[in-house]
Design a protein around this ligand. Structure first.
Ligand SMILES: Cc1ncc(COP(=O)(O)O)c(C=O)c1O
Length: 381
């Protein structure tokens, strides 16, 4: 009897259905060994020698993410930043990189401050414009186009398929920070990207209790081999317990993301009608400039992330954030609890976030409670 391949949601819920061969346990063990036995003839036939390069606790979450992203291989890192940095650090010297102006501010700032020292020239462009990406290409010099979609904190959308084409025509790679989309809603590799990065701190783990990052590759080629060496040599590795927690979090990725998408849609509808709200930024809204592209490359929803602009400027926005009780005033996103944040306060002077913008991460609470809490905070203004 042949079975149809399991759906991604089934693979995630069962963590690929892996059973520990030694014990029959349906939850894989946490391996804490930092070193592995050498064979009497001086070989390491079992393939593992030392904990900085090899950790059996990584195998199940890496295999699951490769399956969900449709990739050839995945690496876990100690944070999303470590995963992103590994890509840039693996480029050859004098590489030219194109990156978006609207992107996770921490990576933008790291690129602005450190890329030159690494021998990398970065051009920041409006990545919602394919012409702007195309015009930034330096023939023979551009090695990487980095995009983030939907992108923090405006939830701008970049066309993955078209960006991959521009990258490949230039002999460059396309890497996608898909943290906000998650593999539930978008598979960038199937759209032509070469690498997918996640801050697994967000939706993949989903419980605001692990800092982790991932990279998944379309091919195990020479560049991937450099990334593998960057991780083991640079040592930006995840702890075994965190790898276990990440796998545990990923088992509920689909229901968490599906619920967050549905609730976000309801919140967006309620806030769009509110007189204190100047604008709602959400790619699911037909009026969002990236809606048509998002509708093509996101399936099953537009994510749990949205931003709102409050009438009355920064002070009014900070006042609304001060007035919530159920939403928590905290940075980060993608957890089971809903978070609200005045983004310009975090990102500093060159932030694309207008001063009146609040970023909202929709959790899995009852959406009516979330809406009522926001309406009370908005009404108190
Ligand atoms: C879109 C995005 N990419 C990357 C990162 C960096 O991830 P980490 O905080 O896990 O290092 C973040 C963190 O907020 C993020 O929001």
């Amino acid at each position: 009897m042949s079975r149809k391949p399991a759906h991604p949601a089934t693979l995630a819920a069962q963590a690929m259905g892996l059973i520990d061969e030694a014990t029959g346990a349906v939850v894989p063990p946490i391996h804490t060994a930092t070193t592995f036995l050498r064979d009497p003839d001086n070989q390491y036939r079992r393939g593992r020698s030392y904990g900085r390069a090899d950790n059996p606790s990584y195998d199940p979450p890496q295999a699951l993410l490769s399956a969900l992203e449709g990739g050839a291989a995945t690496l876990l890192f100690s944070s999303g930043m470590a995963a992103a940095a590994a890509v840039f650090q693996s480029l050859p010297r004098d590489s030219h990189v194109i990156a978006p102006r609207v992107m996770y501010w921490g990576l933008r700032s790291w690129l602005q401050n450190f890329s030159e020292a690494w021998g990398i020239a970065v051009d920041f462009v409006d990545a919602t414009s394919l012409d702007a990406i195309r015009q930034a290409v330096r023939p023979g010099g551009t090695r990487l186009i980095w995009i983030e979609t939907p992108a923090n904190p405006l939830w701008s959308i970049t066309d993955i398929t078209a960006s991959a084409e521009i990258a490949h025509n230039a002999g460059a790679l396309l890497a996608v920070d898909s943290t906000a989309a998650t593999p539930v809603l978008t598979q960038p590799l199937a759209l032509g990207a070469d690498l997918v990065m996640h801050s697994a701190t967000k939706y993949l783990n989903g419980h605001s209790d692990v800092v982790a990052g991932t990279l998944t590759t379309a091919r195990e080629d020479a560049f991937w081999a450099r990334i593998v060496t960057t991780r083991s040599g640079g040592g930006a590795i995840l702890g075994s317990f965190e790898a276990y927690l990440l796998l545990r979090g990923m088992r509920t990725l689909f229901p968490r993301v599906e619920r967050a998408c549905r609730s976000a849609q309801q919140i967006v509808e309620a806030l769009s009608r509110h007189p204190q709200v100047l604008e709602v930024l959400y790619p699911g809204l037909p009026a969002h400039p990236g809606h048509a592209v998002a509708a093509r490359q996101m399936a099953g929803g537009y994510g749990g992330m949205l931003s709102i602009r409050i009438r009355g400027g920064a002070e009014a926005a900070i006042g609304v954030a001060a007035g919530v009780e159920i939403w928590k005033r905290a940075t980060s996103f993608g957890g089971v609890e809903s978070l609200i944040e005045h983004r310009a306060s975090v990102e500093g002077a060159d932030s694309p976030a207008p001063p009146d913008l609040l970023r909202l991460s929709t959790g899995i609470e009852d959406p009516e409670d979330l809406i009522a809490d926001l309406e009370t905070a908005l009404g108190a203004r």
